[in-house]
Design a protein around this ligand. Structure first.
Ligand code: FAD
Length: 376
């Protein structure tokens, strides 16, 4: 057997899995469709929980200095047009920060640096098929096949999985996420804001000298604002968000994504496992997608260490069940809760935010759920 595992996809979750399994004494190979460095320009902002930062450091990823990385030391949650707000801080959770914000390209760069001398990463190896046999898998690419004990699919979309008997359930939220980078003249640089409106949340995440925004909107409105002149965009953002972060002054890097919840089942079939966005794509409301993917990778590593020769992935599904269901449920509920116009729901939401703010125990639980491990 050439390798213990073939990782299909060298995005952040696939690279993390390769580093974690290498550190556990296994032999991974990463097969990535894109050329080296192709993701460096991807400026998408990822919110990393405190626990994810620790995991990344543990496998040798050198994250950029915190001054340039956007620490989240507090989260301010509010609801447009309603009373009730909540202020959740890192000290509620007894940790130095709740998390931090990094660009996708920066993260892949840090992971690629750690993998450079440790892991066999093959770029421009787009996988076209995975064929299991008695004691392993053949992973087929136009640049050459690879044989391994197991294949772990981390390709982001799960496009190859249907052929291997996996199925996918998709829920379309009917809204888009408009993402951008903005600057504002307010003083707070280490606060993340989550403001809920009728269409869903508007998140401001501290990044560099400004904020990364993720704004949930109907498709037409998202596309219109993505193409609007800067001044019109900034006015609309100011109207929707208010003045807590000061006056918004510049905007860059606007893009739109449709928002769906996609879940793949099962997580394992024989010698093929699925992790990261290929396993579940979440609404970005709580910034949990990438963090959940890292925990998938961690669980695959433990499963491979514990598994038998005949059933190397035996424990993976069971160890992911609770965490996955909890995070999917939490994210989906949050995405829907603040959109409902049913009578009384507005008052309940306000009450919930006030209760969260007034009860230190509840704040601590919530802060630890976001920063440490949401599903545990
Ligand atoms: C608008 C938006 C905002 C988000 N915000 C957050 C956030 O704040 N916090 C957060 O944690 N998460 C967030 N997410 C989710 C986050 O982007 C994903 O969780 C993360 O990128 C998943 O990483 P991954 O490695 O599983 O997949 P990907 O990043 O998609 O990587 C997959 C890799 O596989 C490669 N590949 C694809 N097909 C093949 C093939 N056939 N053969 C070989 N290689 C292949 C691709 O080239 C790519 O490099 C957000 C998502 C969206 C859409």
């Amino acid at each position: 057997m050439d390798f213990d595992l073939a990782v299909v996809g060298g995005g952040p979750v696939g690279l993390f899995l390769a580093l974690a399994t290498r550190a556990a004494g296994l032999r991974p190979v990463v097969l990535e469709a894109r050329a080296p460095g192709a993701t460096q320009a991807d400026d998408r902002s990822l919110a990393l929980s405190w626990a994810s930062c620790l995991r990344l450091e543990r496998v040798g990823a050198k994250l950029p200095a915190i001054e340039t990385g956007g620490a989240i030391r507090a989260i301010h949650v509010s609801h447009a047009g309603h009373a009730g707000r909540s202020w959740i801080t890192a000290s509620d959770a007894g940790i130095p920060m709740l998390g931090r914000v990094l660009g996708y390209g920066e993260l892949v760069h840090a992971l690629s640096g750690a993998a450079r001398d440790a892991v066999d990463v093959r770029h421009e190896h787009a996988v076209s098929a995975i064929a299991p046999d008695d004691d392993g898998v053949h992973v087929v690419t136009a640049a050459g096949d690879v044989r391994a004990r197991v294949a772990v699919v981390a390709d982001g979309s799960g496009a190859l999985l249907a052929e291997s008997g996996f199925s996918t359930k998709t829920k379309d939220y009917g809204v888009h996420a408009l993402v951008a980078r903005v600057t504002a003249d307010g003083p707070a640089r280490d606060v993340a804001y989550e403001r809920f409106s009728t269409h869903g949340p508007l998140a401001l995440l501290p990044r560099g000298d400004g904020f990364a925004i993720v704004w949930t909107l109907p498709e037409d409105a998202a596309r219109e604002l993505a193409a609007a002149p800067d001044a019109a965009f900034l006015r609309a953002l100011q109207d929707a968000f208010g003045w807590r972060a000061g006056r918004f002054s510049t905007v860059a890097a606007r893009a739109c994504y449709p928002l769906v919840l996609r879940e793949t089942t099962p997580l394992v079939r024989g010698r093929i496992a699925v992790i990261g966005n290929a396993a579940q794509t979440l609404h970005p409301v709580a910034g949990q997608g990438f963090n959940l993917g890292l925990r998938d990778a961690w669980a695959v590593t433990s499963a491979l260490r514990a598994g038998s020769v005949d059933d190397p992935l035996a424990t993976y599904t069971a160890t992911r069940k609770r965490d996955r269901a909890a995070v999917v449920g939490f994210t989906d509920t949050l995405a829907g809760l603040f959109r409902s116009d049913a009578p009384g729901v507005g008052s309940l939401r306000a009450l919930g935010l006030e209760a969260l703010d007034l009860l230190p125990g509840a704040r601590r639980l919530f802060a630890r759920a976001l920063a440490v491990d949401a599903g545990r």
